[in-house]
Design a protein around this ligand. Structure first.
Ligand code: NAD
Ligand code: DAU
Length: 353
């Protein structure tokens, strides 16, 4: 049997597939549309490996998904595929509604048809795991308690609204049709293969290029950072032992302001690759116009995941960030590759002001 991973050429999906195989998991069919964020170079180490079968396509293509489910006798779908960048959702929300809402709908329908036709013993073990975000819960005041699984949804950006809509579809397909779904809502991830439009790889890349490091607004917005391999481990745990219909928050217990994160990256680069003029990379920090509708603070209460499934993050932020900065320094060819073409056009527009 096989699992179907969608969006497996992106940041978290690729890390998940690599970690899944390292943990001895069964073969993976990887369905990815290869948008600007999908990069098969992330999976170069699996080239020729029969445990990885890549399929170029859209999660909303019901006929394609139906064929893949049947041909590979898929026992679980893990839905990572999404448009994932908040700034892009503000500039152009249509793709977010198309993939995150309509695409998830198409995937759910294909999954439901397949699952309905399975013999009862296989139906019981079958799973649809939906990878979602803490952003569906909206924003927190500085002293408010962290998001739990029962926090009311209050998405504020086109991205988070589209993810919230997809979470509701997944929930309804369980409640109405009995599809055995699992949902995870995770905080900000960092690690290898993250597209350099997101804060951490963007700052590393711009620092080394001698460019301004753009900090939105006052830089005091708080995010709860989790190493991507801890997120992948949580997903494996939920897939193996989560009760269908359940929701689990995943978070790093690691709240930092954006300015703290940017300064920490500068300090690591100062040590690893000092600027030729002897100044700190922090001299490149610039406060720029804020993101419209910018959520002030996210924080995750992951007590349910710890209590029910025994998950704990293994990376602390200090060593995880050091390892991540080292990875980007050692993989400048990867960065050069993804910072060409479409990304450059996007970045030029985004930061022109
Ligand atoms: P990413 O943007 O790096 O990758 C998304 C992948 O999905 C890409 O490979 C892209 O080609 C593919 N894709 C996009 N539209 C598709 C479609 N219609 N059909 C098939 N494939 C398509 O995103 P990521 O950061 O790896 O995030 C993965 C998932 O995790 C997303 O659902 C995101 O909402 C969620 N998430 C991300 C974070 C984070 O910090 N990055 C945190 C919590 C949850
Ligand atoms: O919380 C989980 C979410 O984390 C995921 O669901 C999203 O897919 C993922 O992109 C991420 O969303 P954020 O908007 O929090 O991530 P981003 O890296 O874009 O920004 C992190 C913070 O840094 C945010 O407060 C905005 C700020 N920022 C970002 C960029 C790109 C800057 O100050 N300057 C920048 O140039």
């Amino acid at each position: 049997m096989t699992i179907l991973v969608t969006g497996g050429a992106g940041f978290i999906g690729a890390n998940f597939i690599l970690d899944w195989h390292a943990a001895g998991g069964e073969p993976v069919v990887n369905l990815d549309k290869l948008t600007y964020a999908g990069n098969l170079a992330n999976l170069a180490s699996l080239e020729g490996d029969p445990r990885h079968h890549f399929v170029h396509g859209d999660i909303g293509d019901g006929a394609l998904v139906a064929r893949l489910l049947a041909e590979h006798r898929v026992r679980a779908v893990l839905n990572f595929a999404a448009e994932s960048h908040v700034d892009r959702s503000i500039a152009g929300p249509a793709a977010f509604v198309q993939t995150n809402v309509a695409g998830t709908f198409g995937l759910l329908e294909a999954a439901r048809d397949y699952w309905n036709a399975l013999p009862p013993d296989e139906q019981g073990a079958w799973r649809f795991l939906h990878v979602s975000t803490d952003e569906v819960y909206g924003t927190l005041a500085a002293d408010a308690p962290a998001f739990t699984e029962t926090t009311a949804y209050a998405p504020n950006s086109p991205y988070s609204a589209s993810k919230a809509a997809s979470d509701h579809l997944v929930r309804a397909w369980h409640h109405t049709y009995g599809l055995p779904v699992l949902t995870t809502n995770c905080s900000n991830n960092y690690g290898r293969f993250q597209f350099p439009e997101k804060l951490i790889p963007l700052v590393i890349h711009k620092a080394l290029a001698g460019e301004a490091l753009p900090v939105y607004g006052d830089g005091r917005q708080v995010r709860d950072w989790l190493h991507v391999s801890d997120h992948c481990a949580a997903i494996r745990r939920v897939l193996a032992s989560g009760t269908p219909g359940g929701v689990w928050n995943v978070g790093g217990l690691n709240q930092k302001t954006n300015l703290e994160v940017v300064q920490a990256i500068c300090a690591l680069l100062d040590a690893a690759r000092p600027r030729s003029d002897g100044a700190s990379y922090a001299a490149q920090i610039r406060f720029v116009a804020d993101r419209p509708g910018h959520d002030r603070r996210y924080a995750i209460d992951a007590a349910k995941l710890r209590r029910e499934l025994g998950w704990e993050p293994r990376h602390d932020f200090e060593s995880g960030l050091r390892q991540t900065v080292a990875w980007y320094l050692e993989h400048e060819d990867w960065v050069r590759n993804v910072t060409s073409g479409a990304y450059r056009d996007w970045a030029a527009r985004q930061y022109a002001a």
